[in-house]
Ligand binder design. Structure first.
Ligand code: ACO
Length: 181
């Protein structure tokens, strides 16, 4: 087979079906169909897709990786404890990374790293933005390795944060500070 040519683009309405399918395949948590609608329509959510332009048989624009994120007000989040929060600037924002995934056969070639770099670039371009942050389940070693490699700081362990099939799991809170925070 041919070598992959990975490109990054915005997620669009025609990606809806594959986006939903990939989330179902990759994550232990179910997402509402409203979430996927909001992603593909860019309602309150920013997202990036990875595609392989060399993928044969009409799949050369099909998602092989994605990242989704939302802008939130810093004062409404648990991150406010980890910012030198300045109450004279109540409009401070954060970018919260919701989901990140790469199709199995495309892992370990840097696609997730590039997708997260896009999020960091975006967060850095927003003057009010202080950080990008996310939760990751405590047993997800590939993801934890990735965020540490990209210089995210693990600031907290949250006990029983996730409930999956009746079982509680801890999560780590990872933060990447931007704009001199
Ligand atoms: N244990 C430790 N590190 C690992 C493991 C493992 N089992 N497997 C891979 N890695 C490392 C690789 O060695 C590589 O690091 P390196 O560059 O130092 O060698 C790194 O993890 C992977 O880097 P990328 O190639 O940029 O990442 P990739 O494109 O493979 O995607 C991802 C990583 C997104 C975690 C992928 O494995 C995936 O889709 N997993 C399932 C979904 C998931 O866990 N998503 C993140 C959840 S957190 C959230 O969504 C906010």
């Amino acid at each position: 087979s041919q070598h992959p040519i990975i490109c990054y683009r915005q997620i669009q309405p025609s990606d809806l079906e594959i986006l939903e399918q990939l989330h179902g395949d990759i994550f232990p948590i179910r997402y509402e169909s409203e979430f996927f609608q909001n992603v593909v329509n860019g309602h309150d959510i920013v997202s990036w897709a990875a595609v392989d332009r060399n993928r044969p048989d009409g799949h050369n624009d099909e998602l092989i990786g994605f990242v989704t994120a939302r802008i939130v007000m810093a004062k409404d989040t648990e991150i406010v404890d980890f910012l030198r929060y300045d109450s004279s600037k109540p409009d401070q924002t954060l970018v919260y990374i919701l989901t990140l995934g790469v199709v199995g056969s495309y892992r370990n070639v840097g696609i997730a790293s590039s997708l997260i770099q896009e999020v960091i670039k975006y967060a850095s371009s927003i003057p009010t933005c202080r950080a990008a942050y996310l939760h990751v389940i405590s047993y997800n070693n590939p993801a934890i390795h990735l965020y540490k490699k990209l210089s995210f700081k693990c600031v907290r362990r949250l006990h029983g944060f996730y409930l999956i099939n009746g079982q509680h799991y801890d999560s780590y809170l990872f933060v990447y500070y931007v704009n001199g925070s």
